[in-house]
Write a new protein. Sequence first.
Lengths: 104, 150
Amino acid sequence: MTPIPLSWSLVLAGVLFCIGLYAVLARRTAVGVLMGLALMLNAVLINLVAFWRHAEHGGGSGQILASSVPFIVGAHVVIGLALAVALWRTHSTAVLDDVDSLEG
Amino acid sequence: MQVLFFICGALALGAGLAAVVQRHARRAMWLMTLSGLGVAGVLLILQAPLVAALQILLCAAGVALLFTDVPRPLRGLARSDAWGTRRVWWAAVLVAAALCGVLVWAALSAIPITGQAAPAALVDWVVPLALALVVLLLAIAGAAEIVRGR
């Protein structure tokens, strides 16, 4: 059993999640929002691993489940950056507020 | 071990916060990579080496991207005057602070943890992991198609 109390990991994950939330709400560009989302996903990862570590019969399944999160982070960063590049090419702007039309 | 946890946690939080408030895009990306390394350290301390290794791989990919010649559209994004915060950034701070308070209160309250017995065989998870790999591959292919701009 790890000597780190569960509450410490949860507090760390909670604060990291909120920093990411601030970035998603306050940043104007797509890349800034992506960074916030990445921080939030990292917080989720810490939570998953912390609960797995402190579960009564943890086994190995929790770590395997948590290892799928980096794949999701990678996919979201790749797609997000590609969309940001496409946005820059078509609208010559990086500000999300300027792209508010659903028209193609 | 607890000291290491504090160091890695402070690195993850400090670098993450600095990246979010940073006005220079390239520096922000470096700070994000640093934050990712802090998270990897926390995961190692929680004795999850597989997940920590994947996290380090992600950070390495980010560093490699920063060292390569950044494509022109991304350079344009990085130099954009719009790399800043909205005027109502204070509302975002309020929302984040309120959620943070709730999460910290929940974390410090007495939460009974009841685990369930789970089979610890990798063979049970090989299909979901393979699916996750396929999703990542499709995402990369889709991103390449989007950037190609057809």
